[in-house]
Write a protein that binds this ligand. Structure first.
Ligand SMILES: *[C@@H]1O[C@H](CO)[C@@H](O)[C@H](O)[C@H]1NC(C)=O
Ligand SMILES: *[C@@H]1O[C@H](CO)[C@@H](O)[C@H](O)[C@H]1NC(C)=O
Ligand SMILES: *[C@@H]1O[C@H](CO)[C@@H](O)[C@H](O)[C@H]1NC(C)=O
Ligand SMILES: *[C@@H]1O[C@H](CO)[C@@H](O)[C@H](O)[C@H]1NC(C)=O
Ligand SMILES: *[C@@H]1O[C@H](CO)[C@@H](O)[C@H](O)[C@H]1NC(C)=O
Ligand SMILES: *[C@@H]1O[C@H](CO)[C@@H](O)[C@H](O)[C@H]1NC(C)=O
Length: 291
C-alpha cells in the first residue's frame, strides 16, 4: 500500500516537475537571432530541424537554465501584432505623434491575415540578464516579466531557410515585436513530414530531449528540466533519439547520406540502362553478321 502510494507520489512529482509554467496562449515578445543551419541547439533536436521555423524560448517559459527543458519540442503558432518600440503612424486627419511602427488591430489579428508562423522550440534563450529573456519567478511566487512585462519571449531563428526573408513587414528591422501565441500540434509545423527533422540528435544521448509532438497544452510536457535528471534519483527524460542521425554529426548529414544513396541507385540504374542499350545496339549491329 505504502509502496503504491510512494510510487503514485513519485509519478505525480515527476509529472509536476515536467509542467510548462505558462499559459498555452497569450501575448509575448519576439526578437530574432542567428542560428546556423544544421545546428544542434540546447534541446538537442536534430540539426535538420533548423531547415524549418524554429525558436528559442526564454528561461522561465523554457523551464530549464541549461540543456533541455519542459518546453523542448513544443510547437507554437506566433502571429505578429505590433512593434512596441515604434509608435504606429497617427490616423489620417489627426495630429498624433509621428511613428513608423506597425500595429495590426484586433480584427486584423483574428482574421488570420497577419503574418504568422508555426515554430518548434529547439533552443534556450539563455541568461537571467535583460532585457528580453530575463523574466523570472520571484521567491514570493509572482512572475516578474521582461522589459515589456512579458513572461514569455520567443527568439525566432531568422533569417532561416524555412522562413521567407520578407516575413517581417516594414522597410526596416524593428527588432522587437508583440506577438500573440498559441500552443499547437506539431503536425502543423512545416517540418512535420520530414522524418529527418524530428526528434533529437543521436549523438546527444541523455543530454537531449526533443519530442516529435509534445502535448500542445500548458499543463504537461514530455521533458523534465535537465537539472532534475541529474543525481541518483534523477527524472528520466524520454528517449527521443532520431535513428536517421545515428553515427553522424547531425540528421542533415543523415539526409545527405540518404540522398547520396538515392543518387548512387540512380547512377546504377543509368549504368544498367546504358549497358542494356549497348547490348541491344551491338546485337542489332552484329545480328545480320550472325544470321
Ligand atoms: C540552474 O538551476 C539549478 C537548479 O535550480 C541550479 O542549482 C543551478 O545553479 C542553476 N545554474 C545556473 C547557471 O544558473
Ligand atoms: C500587445 O498587444 C496586445 C493586443 O493588441 C495588447 O493588448 C498589449 O498591451 C500589447 N503589449 C505590449 C507590451 O505592447
Ligand atoms: C482594423 O484595421 C483595418 C485595416 O487598416 C481597418 O479596415 C479596420 O476598420 C480596423 N478595425 C478596427 C476595429 O479598428
Ligand atoms: C529584465 O530587464 C529589463 C530591462 O533591462 C527590466 O526592465 C526588467 O525589469 C528585467 N526583469 C527582471 C525580472 O529582472
Ligand atoms: C513579490 O515581490 C515583488 C518584489 O519584491 C513585489 O513587487 C511583489 O508585489 C510581491 N508580490 C506579492 C504577491 O507579494
Ligand atoms: C533510444 O531508442 C533507440 C531506438 O529508437 C535505441 O536504439 C537506443 O538504444 C535508445 N537509447 C537509449 C539511451 O535508451
Amino acid at each position: 500500500m505504502w509502496a503504491l502510494f510512494s510510487l503514485l507520489l513519485l509519478v505525480w512529482t515527476r509529472a509536476a516537475l515536467a509542467a510548462v509554467d505558462f499559459t498555452a496562449s497569450g501575448y509575448a515578445s519576439l526578437t530574432h537571432y542567428d542560428l546556423p543551419l544544421d545546428y544542434v541547439a540546447s534541446c538537442g533536436c536534430v540539426g535538420r530541424s533548423t531547415f524549418y521555423p524554429t525558436a528559442a524560448l526564454n528561461r522561465y517559459a523554457y523551464g530549464s537554465n541549461t540543456s533541455f527543458g519542459p518546453a523542448c519540442g513544443t510547437c507554437f503558432e506566433v502571429r505578429l501584432v505590433s512593434t512596441p518600440l515604434a509608435a504606429p503612424p497617427p490616423p489620417p486627419d489627426s495630429n498624433g505623434p509621428y511613428g513608423d511602427g506597425i500595429y495590426f488591430n484586433a480584427s486584423q489579428v483574428s482574421s488570420g491575415s497577419t503574418p504568422s508562423l508555426v515554430v518548434k522550440v529547439i533552443d534556450l534563450c539563455p541568461g537571467a540578464g535583460g532585457p528580453w529573456c530575463n523574466s523570472t519567478r520571484l521567491d514570493n511566487g509572482t512572475v516578474a516579466g521582461n522589459r515589456l512585462g512579458f513572461d514569455v519571449h520567443f527568439d525566432l531563428a531568422w533569417p532561416s531557410k524555412g522562413i521567407s526573408k520578407n516575413f517581417f513587414p516594414g522597410d526596416h528591422d524593428y527588432g522587437v515585436w508583440n506577438v500573440s501565441y498559441a500552443a499547437v500540434s506539431c503536425q502543423k509545423w512545416a517540418g512535420w513530414n520530414d522524418r529527418a527533422a524530428l526528434g533529437s540528435d543521436w549523438a546527444q544521448e541523455s543530454s537531449a530531449c526533443c519530442p516529435n509532438n509534445p502535448p500542445p497544452s500548458g499543463a504537461d510536457a514530455s521533458c523534465p528540466a535537465y537539472y532534475d535528471t541529474l543525481g541518483a534519483n534523477g527524472a528520466v527524460p524520454p528517449n527521443t533519439s532520431n535513428v536517421l542521425s545515428k553515427g553522424l554529426r547531425s540528421s542533415n548529414a543523415a539526409a545527405a547520406t540518404l540522398s547520396l544513396r538515392r543518387d548512387a541507385a540512380a547512377d546504377i540504374a543509368v549504368l544498367l540502362l546504358s549497358v542494356l542499350i549497348t547490348v541491344i545496339a551491338l546485337s542489332l549491329a552484329t545480328g545480320p553478321l550472325l544470321s
